[in-house]
Design a protein around this ligand. Structure first.
Ligand code: HEM
Length: 151
């Protein structure tokens, strides 16, 4: 019964999955860039500091958190659709590794935002630039796993 519903809904669920993935990725790339400029261009308690706090808060609350939850829900629906995932293959597991990396990074960014709130910039601009490579790496692993499926 549920299997039949998931099979019928498959193309729509996959579309919603990819849409939410794009929104989530946009935030995962943009928030660390905001942190770079926040560290390098603002003075604690100043007007620019306040502006960055608001932008970072809204980005996380309004876009990134809902997009991450939607990605997980639609992704799980796809994973439960009969015949979609061959659990004996390697690609679902490499993809899972990338997903865990992105989810960890999302929460890492959330913790850094709270540290900004307390007034102490947690990292330098250079360190945030470096961390910006995490979502890029995870994205490559995930897309190659799910589309090219070389393993
Ligand atoms: C959060 C947990 C996630 C789960 C449980 C999940 C699971 C799945 C499943 C089962 C499929 C269907 C594969 C098929 O139709 O053969 C799929 C498709 C897809 N996923 Fe995810 N996914 C998740 C997150 C992500 C993320 C973070 C990305 C990208 C960064 C992503 C990118 C894609 C793409 C591009 C497709 C379409 C592939 C195709 O054309 O068949 N997924 N996902």
């Amino acid at each position: 019964m549920i299997g039949e519903f998931l099979t019928a809904a498959y193309p729509w669920v996959k579309s919603l999955h990819v849409i939410s993935v794009v929104a989530w990725m946009a935030g995962l790339f943009y928030l660390p860039r905001l942190f770079v400029y926040h560290v390098e261009r603002s003075r604690q308690g100043g007007e620019i500091d306040q502006l960055f706090q608001t932008m970072e808060h809204r980005l996380l609350r309004v876009i990134m958190n809902p997009a991450m939850i939607a990605t997980w829900i639609f992704g799980a629906m796809l994973a439960f659709t009969p015949g979609v995932v061959d659990w004996g293959a390697v690609w679902p597991w490499t993809k899972a590794l990338g997903i865990l990396g992105l989810t960890w990074f999302h929460h890492w960014l959330g913790r850094r935002r709270k540290e900004f709130l307390s007034g102490v910039p947690p990292y330098s601009g250079r360190q945030f630039r470096l961390m910006n490579e995490v979502p890029t790496l995870a994205l490559v692993i995930i897309v190659v796993s799910v589309i090219a499926r070389p393993f």
